[in-house]
Design a protein around this ligand. Structure first.
Ligand code: DX5
Ligand code: ZN
Length: 216
């Protein structure tokens, strides 16, 4: 499977972050996915700026930040300057999402648009032409270990269809288990955020799990 495999680093053992990053890099992942939360939009905090700096400096692989923060435009330049490649924003907490997505690209980054479970595709169509990546939340944002929300599958099919018109990549974020990844791969999505459902705290090594995923 040539789809993008994006380990969710808030699920890693942050006590040995450098070792985790190097092992995941060796295992052949594609993008490090870093969840950042402000304690307002999402009532918890995810990873910190030091984690982003560390991961960007340790690895040559691409890094994305999933900004679960109000008014994300304030933080764009800081993350781009750290070496982040893709910045995902939640338009429901951004007064001017068009401006923010454009600013990400002005600074040389790739623009990511997040659709929370309750956000309709129809309401996002005006923004799709500005997105390089669309992150589809199949759980409520912010917490690992949740149950997959089956009703989101309709939106995934709609977004995959529209991707041929707007040329963004569709990435799935939330409760991506091996069986879900097999099921969703048939819908031609472009990638997956890998968390506790398939990658972390498992008996097999990261390398073995990534090899299994590549064979799908
Ligand atoms: C949700 C997070 C992810 C993901 C974790 O906001 O972006 O970290 O859900 O993976 P799972 O759901 O497999 O524990
Ligand atoms: Zn995320």
């Amino acid at each position: 499977m040539s789809r993008l495999l994006c380990p969710s680093m808030m699920c890693a053992d942050c006590g040995i972050l450098k070792q985790e990053v190097l092992e995941l890099e060796k295992a052949g992942i594609d993008v490090f996915h870093i969840d950042i939360m402000d304690g307002n939009f999402i009532p918890t905090f995810g990873m910190g700026l030091q984690d982003v700096e560390a991961i960007c400096s340790i690895s040559e692989k691409a890094v994305d930040v999933h900004l679960m923060t109000e008014n994300p435009v304030r933080h764009i330049k800081n993350f781009i300057d750290m070496g982040v490649d893709i910045i995902y924003i939640h338009p429901e907490v951004d007064e001017l999402p068009v401006r923010t997505l454009q600013l990400i690209k002005t600074y040389g980054g790739k623009a990511g648009l997040v659709l929370s479970p309750q956000v309709t595709v129809e309401s996002m169509v005006p923004l799709l032409s500005l997105a390089d990546y669309v992150l589809v939340m199949t759980v409520s944002p912010g917490f690992a270990g949740q149950k997959y929300l089956e009703f989101v599958n309709t939106k995934i099919k709609q977004l995959v269809l529209l991707a041929s018109q707007y040329h963004y990549k569709v990435i799935i974020d939330g409760a991506c288990s091996l069986s879900k990844i097999k099921e969703l791969s048939k819908l031609n999505v472009d990638g997956f955020v890998l968390g506790t459902s398939v990658l972390f705290n498992k008996a097999q090594s990261y390398k073995e799990i990534v090899e299994t995923l590549r064979k799908i």
